[in-house]
Ligand binder design. Sequence first.
Ligand SMILES: Nc1ccn([C@@H]2O[C@H](COP(=O)(O)OP(=O)(O)OP(=O)(O)O)[C@@H](O)[C@H]2O)c(=O)n1
Ligand SMILES: C[C@](O)(CO)[C@H](O)COP(=O)(O)O
Length: 255
Amino acid sequence: MSLSVNSMMPFSFKTMALICAAGVGSRAGGTLPKQYQSLNGLPMLVHTIAAFAQTPCVLDVLVVIGSADEWFDELVAPHLPAGVMVARVGGASRAISVSNGLQFLKDYGKNLDHWVMVHDAARPCIRPELIQRLFDGVCAAQADGGLLALPVVDTVKLAEQLSDAAPDVYQVRQTLKRDELWLAQTPQMFGLGALLRALSHVIDAENSDWVTDEASVMESFGVSPLLVGGHASNLKVTYPEDFLLAEFWLNHHKT
Ligand SMILES: Nc1ccn([C@@H]2O[C@H](COP(=O)(O)OP(=O)(O)OP(=O)(O)O)[C@@H](O)[C@H]2O)c(=O)n1
Ligand SMILES: C[C@](O)(CO)[C@H](O)COP(=O)(O)O
């Protein structure tokens, strides 16, 4: 099955941003979904939105939240920069939330040939310089898309579970060549129309559980995204211990 996702390179001097914030944050703990938990006195999502709102290459910002979200209006809306759009179209998985958000942008009349950057609400320490670096890098290389990423610095083992009786015990099968390995961050930037077509196709046609980022979907249709150097500060807040680290980086950016 071929799907034309890279037949026309997107073109514009600006990009839209889609911030996905419809998850429940089950691994982070706490009484609120992690995107609403406080970092230095403000909800995580407020920090994430602010970075995009302050970036020169970002024209429109859309925040995707869950349809039954009970927190956004009270915790985030009072801090929302002018012009930021909000869509209550989150789905059961990150891929569905992103796809629904892209459809919202299309229905809103956004140009399908223009760029969109997808970013996790859970990466609140993203800085405008990094967002701009991704945009400039992809445009300069005339690539079909790209993402921030970090080279792996640890030695990486491929392992398998020993037995169902010992779910935490794994045995090494192979050590991977680390100089070829990168850790994907967000934002991830592709043409709005191309990404929407690719995601919708995967979601409609098969189990989309394997989809953990936008780039992998585009890769499955033959696109080779550009990797642009990210930064350790752009961590994804996943576990309880990540909140402290995120606060450190937010403070560090201010100095
Ligand atoms: N159905 C979903 C699931 C996730 N996300 C968003 O995707 C980003 C990355 O996902 P992850 O860190 O896995 O967040 P959660 O799914 O909320 O966390 P967990 O897996 O621990 O429950 C987050 O900003 C999250 O809000 C989303 O918009 N819609
Ligand atoms: C998109 C992502 O941030 C790239 O590292 C990541 O895959 C999303 O996290 P999830 O836990 O797989 O939803």
